[in-house]
Design a protein around this ligand. Structure first.
Ligand code: HEM
Length: 485
């Protein structure tokens, strides 16, 4: 094998990679030292903006295999045959901290899957929690500001975290989830994933269904207590990355079984609560889990920056047969992600290998921009319609239309029989064992007792009371005891 030659970016051989060129022995550097200038300048540009949320993450490749026939509910091509396999890429993440944080922290986990289908990439950008803290995207920037590092102190502040929640009763369900045992997964392999939102499926006859996705881990759920997590973080801040990387390198390929809950579209308006409210789950007794297939992860990325840091998932990357519901949060996300990608990665981020379609090609009239690599051949027209057999629309609706009524305005959600923000938090609390309740209360009190304002503490306690009087009483007692210490 011939010896590899070190070159400049333009491919010219480098004579010396240890000594810069100088004017004479011991003299100043020369501007003509192209290799030195290029090396220093390129290094200065290695970092790109980190994700504004979900900055820390780990990725893996794998496949999805259909195990059950769901063609009665969706015409999505990648789900149309039992046994069919589709390549995918997944990125797991923590949410609040920046790249320098740790993995084993109390925080939701991102669970973003990109299916490389024959009808284009389908991105399902979910979390490990079936619900979320808020139900209107207009609150998202404020919510995230309150959870991330404070602009003055440079660290997460209990005052901000709990002040936002004091003003957001709808967060009580997700807080109960987060502060409970599942709040710190032991690893990315040992947690479930959820689409969280309600999505719409459309079958070949044009019939619409609303669905919720559940990826159940086949490794079993494993979590860490707050004390165990502190120990893990001290030993390995990248514990989730280490676990996933090593498992796949050893050939222990993690897998998840995908289920959906399916609601015929006509039932949505009269369901007892708003089925598009992201702070609520659909009870399985109403809409049981139906198995769809399994996801297996079997290959680590070769390069974390190229494939994980530059991965771009967007909830508006749908394929025919799958579309959005009227969930306001989801609607807000349909804008936010691709916009973030244009800022973080540039307008041509879809041409990067990890983001480009693999089972089909992108073929349209979008052109140019920074770093364009997908340019038409010399006879391709860059306008449409044209007389030159360029790509043309299909005239096939991608999904069924959504019903709308009323007038434009900044409306609250449509009224349903049971609209309150607390009953599902109470149901979750009552499902817990005595030990689980004690740990939940201790975790909440640990944070809430550090808040400086009494009124903020009281408002939060009132939310737990509204969920369940015993829950509220125990949180109140635990907070008071810690504050008297
Ligand atoms: C990442 C916005 C709610 C899951 C992001 C990013 C933005 C964002 C801007 C960074 C994207 C990037 O730079 O690549 C929002 C807004 C939300 C919202 C505006 C509410 C209106 C949610 C919800 C979920 C979620 C409800 C889960 C159900 C994720 C995940 C990532 C992410 C998993 C990381 C994706 C990756 O691994 O690259 N979000 N988000 N987000 N978000 Fe959201």
């Amino acid at each position: 094998m011939s010896k590899r030659v070190l070159t400049t970016e333009s491919g010219a051989p480098v004579a010396d990679n240890q000594n810069s060129a100088t004017a004479g022995v011991g003299g100043p550097l020369l501007l003509q030292d192209q290799h030195l200038l290029e090396k220093l300048a390129r290094f200065n540009r290695e970092r790109i903006p980190e994700r504004v949320v979900h900055a820390r993450g780990s990725g893996a490749y794998g496949y999805f295999e259909v195990t059950d026939d769901v063609t009665a509910y969706t015409k999505a091509n990648f789900l149309n045959q039992v046994g069919k396999r589709t390549d995918l890429f997944i990125r797991f993440s923590t949410v609040a901290d920046s790249l320098g944080g740790a993995d084993a922290v109390r925080d939701p986990r991102g669970f973003a899957v990109k299916f490389y289908t024959e009808e284009g990439n389908y991105d399902l950008v979910g979390n490990n929690t079936p619900v979320f803290f808020i139900k209107d995207p207009i609150k998202f920037p404020d919510f995230i500001h309150s959870q991330k590092r404070d602009p003055f102190t440079g660290k997460q502040e209990p005052d901000n975290v709990w002040d936002f929640w004091a003003h957001s009763p709808e967060a009580t369900h997700q807080i109960t989830w987060l502060m409970g045992d599942r709040g710190i997964p032991a690893s990315y392999r040992h947690m479930n994933g959820y689409g969280s939102h309600t999505y719409q499926w459309t079958n070949a006859e044009g019939e619409a269904f609303f669905v919720k996705y559940h990826f159940k881990t086949n490794q079993g759920i494993r979590c860490l207590s707050s004390e165990q997590a502190a120990e893990v973080v001290g030993k390995d801040a990248n514990s989730h990355q280490t676990d996933l990387l090593q498992a796949i390198e050893r050939g222990v390929n993690p897998s998840w079984t995908l289920y959906v809950q399916i609601m015929p579209a006509a039932e949505a308006a009269s369901y007892r609560f708003n089925p598009f409210d992201l702070t609520k789950v659909w009870p399985h007794a109403d809409y049981p889990l139906q198995r769809v297939g399994r996801m297996v992860l079997d290959r680590n990325p070769d390069n974390v920056f190229a494939e994980v840091e530059q991965a771009a998932f967007s909830p508006n990357n749908f394929v025919p047969g799958i579309g959005p519901s009227p969930d306001k949060m989801l609607q807000g996300r349909l804008f936010a992600y691709a916009d973030a990608h244009r800022y973080r990665l540039g307008v041509n981020h879809t041409q990067l290998p990890v983001n480009a379609p693999k089972a089909t090609v992108a073929d349209n009239y979008g052109r140019d921009g920074f770093m364009a690599t997908r340019n038409g051949s010399r006879h391709d027209k860059n306008y449409e319609p044209n007389s030159y057999a360029g790509p043309a629309q299909t005239d096939q609706p991608l999904s069924a239309p959504l019903a709308v009524h009323g007038h434009t305005g900044t409306h609250a959600a449509p009224a349903h029989v049971k609209d309150d923000d607390f009953f599902q938090a109470g149901e979750l609390y009552r499902l817990m064992s005595e030990e689980e309740k004690s740990r939940l209360v201790a975790n909440i009190a640990g944070g809430l007792s550090q808040v400086s304002r009494e009124d903020v503490i009281e408002k939060n306690i009132a939310h737990f009371h509204a969920a369940d009087p015993d829950y509220g009483k125990r949180v109140e007692e635990a907070v008071r005891a810690l504050r008297e210490d």
